[in-house]
Design a protein around this ligand. Structure first.
Ligand code: ARG
Length: 459
């Protein structure tokens, strides 16, 4: 097939280089957006009288036919077309003849590809936001039914203080909410039209950039044509936001993997989301959270790849930018799949071992701070109370007992301020409930948060 630019060249392209140069194998993903972009452009050219209205209508009809054929599976973009933009243009000329050759008036593939990728990404951002919201809803429902389930809270992976399981799960809702806010923010910079910047300098053809921007649902237009075709910041921002989404998914995955070990036994995997071992018949493996944790690496890699791709690129468009697409496509697929998988895991893949959880928080020293706070309430200065409780812990460890096993007399040997009410203070429920500071794990605090989230997610 002769190239659009072949008149300027004496010999044809080396076949290997031809395929090396091509992006059709992956940018065919942009077919619907490329057609939308061309329809808007053709409409605009008729409005500015660069094309007659007949010519414009003919082009638009041709483009719509290509779209229908594609959707019916009767047309698939492929080599030898170099990329999706040439592919559609070639197909259009095939279909409607000479008039098709007028479509590319007043634009370049540089502003065209920038428009396509923005339109594509905008749709995907909206889908990812929905998936995030679905996951938040599932986590919310697990939280709502586990307000009074207690789970050990850790710092440094050492037992710290018991928590309401709901409070623990709501922490993830907060993270995913920030992800959604970031996505919204990225979307505002994705939704700017570069169309009409042409190759880099604008065009002397009469165009109307506001018209195409509005047709395509963009909020704004790029003010500088060079920036319009050179900007890939929004792609980096999307990959960086996606990396944080993956980091949140990876952290909850890691917790689930630990929870379902024999050592923790805080939860078990249902048969719907676990797999067996080919050798060891007793095993139930947490493949789903492991895969999510593993795929986080791909997305971080994609971010790193794009940052590196753009770093040395002088203004304006350079072919390096063709390399932006695969990391973005791969990230959208990976993040969407992982969100969906995590949603299923939270919904039907995991069961908490409530008895074990409750028993665990009964039988540790995670109420030590409460013993100190108890003394503080009896007017013992905190630093002193802290030292006293340290001694009691040591005494208990030697005796292989817990606080609750000590007699009041034993308590009083450490400080006379101890009274009978200490035992009530030691109970995990009281420990949790007493953390009533704003944003704490106290049941009243968590109840309020559940109400807030319910409004936010379901109203
Ligand atoms: N396939 C190219 C890309 O993805 C389209 C733009 C090509 N522009 C150019 N001046 N060669 O970036």
């Amino acid at each position: 097939m002769s190239k659009v630019w072949s008149n300027r060249f004496d010999s044809s392209l080396n076949p290997f280089i031809e395929s090396f140069n091509a992006s059709i194998n992956f940018d065919k993903e942009l077919i619907l957006e490329d057609i939308d972009c061309s329809i808007a452009h053709a409409k605009m050219l008729s409005k500015t009288k660069v094309l007659s209205s007949n010519e414009s209508l003919k082009i638009i009809k041709g483009l719509k036919t290509i779209r229908d054929d594609f959707l019916k599976g009767q047309f698939s973009p492929q080599a030898p077309s170099e990329d999706i933009h040439y592919c559609i243009e070639e197909k259009l000329i095939d279909l409607i003849g000479e008039t098709g050759k007028k479509l590319h008036t007043g634009r370049s593939r540089n502003d065209q590809v920038g428009t396509d990728i923005r339109l594509w990404l905008r749709k995907k951002i909206d889908k990812i936001d929905k998936l995030l919201q679905e996951l938040q809803k599932s986590l919310f429902l697990r939280a709502e039914s586990n307000l009074y389930t207690l789970i050990p809270g850790y710092t440094h992976m050492q037992r710290a203080q018991p928590l309401s399981l709901a409070h623990h799960l709501l922490a993830y809702l907060e993270m995913f909410q920030r992800d959604r806010e970031r996505l919204k923010d990225v979307r505002s910079r994705v939704n700017i039209s570069p169309l009409g910047a042409a190759a880099l300098a604008g065009t002397k053809i009469k165009i109307d950039r506001y018209f195409t921007a509005e047709e395509l649902g963009f909020d704004k237009i790029y003010r500088n044509s060079i920036d319009a075709v050179s900007d890939r910041d929004f792609c980096v921002e999307f990959l960086s936001t996606s990396s944080l989404i993956m980091s949140h998914l990876s952290r909850i995955s890691e917790e689930i993997i630990m929870w379902v070990t024999d050592e923790f036994s805080f939860a078990k995997l249902t048969d719907k989301c676990s797999t067996g071992s080919s050798l060891m018949p007793q095993k139930k493996n947490p493949d789903v959270p492991e895969l999510i944790r593993g795929k986080t690496g791909r997305v971080y890699g994609n971010l790193q790849a794009l940052l590196t791709i753009i770093k040395g690129v002088p203004l304006a468009y350079n072919k390096d930018f063709q390399e932006d697409k695969e990391p973005i496509f791969d990230t959208v697929d990976t993040v969407s799949d992982c969100l969906q998988a995590m949603n299923i895991l939270v919904n039907e893949g995991i069961e908490f071992n409530i008895d074990i959880l409750m028993n665990t928080v009964e039988n540790d020293f995670s109420n030590a701070t409460d013993v100190a706070d108890y003394l503080v309430n009896k007017n013992v200065p905190f630093r002193m109370a802290y030292q006293i409780v340290g001694k009691i812990v040591k005494y208990c460890l030697n005796k292989k007992v817990l606080f609750k096993d000590l007699s009041l007399e034993e308590f009083q040997t450490f400080n006379p301020a101890f009274q009978d009410d200490i035992y009530e203070n030691l109970k995990p429920n009281s420990v949790v409930n007493s953390r009533d500071s704003l944003g704490g794990t106290g049941f009243e605090q968590v109840k309020n948060e559940l109400i807030n989230w319910k409004d936010k997610l379901f109203m």
